[in-house]
Design a protein around this ligand. Structure first.
Ligand SMILES: [Cu+2]
Length: 484
């Protein structure tokens, strides 16, 4: 009898909850107030952090005018032992700097493209409500900066990325990161927070092949990744770079996936996620083993570490973890907790097979070339310069990329006028041109090369892929400069 009464009470309560839930269906934000109407109070400069670090929590601060100052850098860094890659980065790291805001902030975003960079870029932030997520207002050439602003209207964890053509290539080179929009009052306090982002990489050489590896467009199109990694390289979260925690601490991981192609089956070997903000949004799932994070998506993962040992972050599409690098470590120190787990703890049991890559002195390319003594030496120097400077756009065999980068192979435009070609490399080129019957209307930025280097790279191009065999000398370059 008593039991029946109780169960009726529970039903009534349950009904009440459903009604009250339905009553606030429109407002994902502060008690009925739309985020558009949240007033800002004061101005601050955003603290930006490189992975695996995240900026300080917003806590109870009101919405503010937030200045974000981000610089794009194209730079060579290590992908794996003995393997390097030219990354294109937001803020000098892959993933790019972490941006932390709160609901209702007015973000004034300044994007700078370093003068030494070779390419124009822009940024599309998934946290932005507006054309292209900001991409249409942020296209910026090397040596320039641009400012645009937006208001954060939805709380959550969002991906940002470059959206300059060819978009896939810019993303594949590391141009992505995360921006967090905290709800008013902030997320609940935890002991440790970390920033982890997965990405897939496509290199001319196969996994482990040493040296500076150029991007491989065809493998990217085929989704045939050579590396799948957390935070831009196979070593970013292992060894001395492992994440750390102490027994009893609560951990929050901001996990994103830059792609460009592969969906992550994100898992931590030896843990169960107590809470997952599914897809980086408001929905919270509990007691999760593996959470799916698509390219251009994110999740907030929380768990308490109860016992000492090494927890291993993986993409549970497991060949990616043990053979392509998608592996990170969280070292938990502290007292044994026999109630939770007891047993032999073996050091290094999860060493990736990718960690056994043979290290060889990588060919980092020639230092600043001395004057070439012969045509063949000039071509040889030019070939190295081409790989470093032009290949990213015009491709390995000079074939270009349809409707983005014109071909240099058998190019009627190139072969018709050598002085014009010299001028293009020196000063860049924009506006409509026709190459082998196809129209291009894009931007090639000026290349920062010495006269000797311009001569060598063009001589290589003219003596490759069916072109007319012209030799370009430094004197021709100097003359072209003075006649300009
Ligand atoms: Cu870009």
């Amino acid at each position: 009898m008593k039991y029946r009464l109780e169960s009726r009470w529970i039903k009534l309560l349950f009904l009440g909850v459903i009604i009250s839930l339905a009553g606030c269906s429109g407002g994902s934000h502060e008690s009925g107030e739309s985020a558009v109407d949240i007033k800002t109070n004061g101005k601050i400069t955003a603290q930006l952090t490189s992975p695996p670090h995240v900026p300080d929590p917003i806590g109870s601060r009101p919405a503010k005018h937030v200045l974000v100052d981000m610089e794009i850098l194209e730079e060579e860094a290590q992908m794996a032992n003995g393997v390097s890659y030219i990354y294109w980065t937001f803020g000098g790291s892959v993933p790019g700097s972490f941006i932390r805001t709160r609901l209702g902030d007015e973000v004034e975003f300044t994007l700078k493209n370093h003068p030494n960079n070779k390419l124009p870029h822009n940024i599309d932030l998934h946290a932005v409500t507006g054309p292209g997520g900001g991409a249409s207002s942020s296209f910026v050439a090397p040596g320039h900066e641009i400012t645009f602003s937006f208001k954060t209207l939805n709380p959550g964890l969002y991906v940002y990325h470059c959206a300059t053509a060819p978009v896939g290539m810019h993303i594949a080179n590391g141009m992505y990161g995360l921006i967090l929009v905290e709800p008013p009052g902030g997320l609940p306090t935890v002991d440790k927070e970390y920033y982890v982002m997965q990405g897939d990489f496509y290199t001319k050489g196969s996994n482990g092949e040493p040296g500076l590896q150029p991007f491989d467009m065809q493998k990217a199109i085929d989704e045939d990744a050579d590396y799948v990694v957390f935070n831009g390289s196979t070593n970013a979260l292992t060894g001395d770079n492992a994440l750390t925690a102490e027994v009893g601490e609560t951990i929050r991981l901001y996990v994103g996936n830059g792609g460009p192609n592969l969906t992550s089956s994100f898992h931590v070997i030896g843990e169960i996620f107590d809470r997952v903000h599914v897809e980086g949004g408001k929905l919270i799932n509990h007691d999760v083993q593996t959470t799916l994070i698509p390219p251009g998506g994110a999740a907030i993962v929380e768990f308490k570490v109860e016992a000492p040992g090494t927890l291993v972050l993986v993409d549970h599409a497991i060949f990616r973890a043990f053979n392509k690098g998608a592996l990170g470590m969280l070292n938990v120190t502290g007292d044994e907790n026999a109630d939770v787990y007891s047993g032999t703890i073996q050091e290094g049991i999860y060493q990736p097979e990718g960690g056994t890559i043979q290290t060889m002195p990588g060919d980092k390319g020639a230092p600043a070339a001395p004057q070439a003594a012969s045509l063949s030496e000039r071509i040889e120097n030019g070939k190295r310069l081409y790989a470093r400077t032009c290949l990213a756009c015009h491709q390995e065999e000079g074939q270009g990329i349809p409707s983005a980068f014109p071909p240099l192979a058998k190019s009627d435009y190139l072969n018709a006028d050598v002085d014009r070609a010299i001028s293009i490399v020196l000063h860049g080129l924009s506006g409509e041109i026709e190459v082998n019957g196809e129209t291009y209307n894009s931007v090639m930025t000026a290349q920062t090369l010495s006269d000797e280097e311009v001569a060598s790279v063009l001589t290589y191009v003219y003596n490759s892929w069916g072109n007319n065999g012209t030799e370009v000398t430094p004197i021709m370059v100097t003359k072209a400069k003075s006649s300009h």
